[in-house]
Design a binder for this molecule. Sequence first.
Ligand code: PNW
Length: 438
Amino acid sequence: MNDLRFPLHFTWGVATSAYQIEGAALEDGRGPSIWDTFCHTPGKIIDGASGDVACEHYHRLEEDLDLIRSLGVSAYRFSVSWPRVQPDGSGEFNERGLAFYDRLVDGLLARGLEAHVTLYHWDLPQALQDAGGWGTRETVQHFVRYAQTVATRLGDRVRSIATLNEPWCSAVLGHETGEHAPGLRDRALSRQVAHHLLLAHGMALQAMRASGVRAELGIVLNLNPAYAASDAPEDLRAATLFDGHFNRFYLDPLLRGHYPADILEDLGADAPRVQPGDLEIIRQPLDFLGINYYSRTLVSASGNARPEDAQYTDMGWEVYPDGLRDLLLRLDREYDLPPVFITENGAAYADRLEGGRVRDPERVAYLRAHLAAVRSALEAGVKVKGYFAWSLMDNFEWAWGYTKRFGLVYVDYATQRRVVKESGEWYGSLVRGLEPVG
Ligand code: PNW
């Protein structure tokens, strides 16, 4: 286990997001989000599923907090549902919604757990979508007010606040491919949305800092390293473009203050309209960068390749732990990189509850290999402060409904019973048994 020795104060956590676990979609004054609308549009989600009930976390808060504690981790990353705390996204705040997150944070602290908050994990209030959504600059202003309100309320008790989770997913899956809410298909719009999301991040950071919020402030990106399938110039070029659209389009404005020139050129008329001053706002100093890593992409000019002899998770994503180490080293080399949290990493497998147990050795192997990659990046000098396994428990996996299970804890949706999987036991024992690096 020597390859899994970590610094003494390394943060060990598990992660979730509001719409994926809370349920209680119509309770205590919560307004509808774009995900409620999308799920209730026939044909968008496998089995016609929705987050209406999900894991009923909203009603099982205390039990779930005990569950997190029982795993042995030291931190929990969750997201705040914007329409729960501000039903229409621009008007009055909903005290009952804010009170839920107060109880959540206090419940974590009472159990000795660090709280890591994400303000936006994709659930835009529907009323804002009806007014143009992230395609308009008005939404940016509304987000800033929401962020400031939540951060002022919770910021003295939480370790970190991330503005956005995975703006690539919101922009591209939501507005270019249409696989996610709001289900639009317009590349120019998707890149304008990406720009407005980044601007909302930058303005919210400024506003939270101006209000004296004490938590560490940052953003979470999903990064997907691109590897050329061969040394042929056309494959190398395809890999550079993939990397540019997926990774550099977010990293470069945040950390360097400009969009990548090759991608703006590739986008042509679909490039975002940027107003003077926007990029300075986007490039706010970050207290941390959150990185979500699941897999890599092997890119060739004739379409993305599927490597032979590789292992795949139930999402069809290649298991490629070296990609995480390569990514961290590259970011450290090419950017002025703030401290990093791995805010998500994990795997879906077709788990089954048998005789009261869930055996998931593939997930243990996945986590072990990726933690070894993080360990090796730490040894190479990358400032990684913590790691969050995705996910605490099986949950609503977006367009896949409940058919993909990412949890360290199994959820029997018929009864809402939670059963810690063997991977959850393994992760807990790893976390508890850690020794300082010599
Ligand atoms: C992330 N991709 O989503 C999200 O942050 C989680 O809410 C989600 O449950 C988890 O990963 C597993 O999917 C992603 O297509 C969705 O590259 C799609 C992609 C990446 C991340």
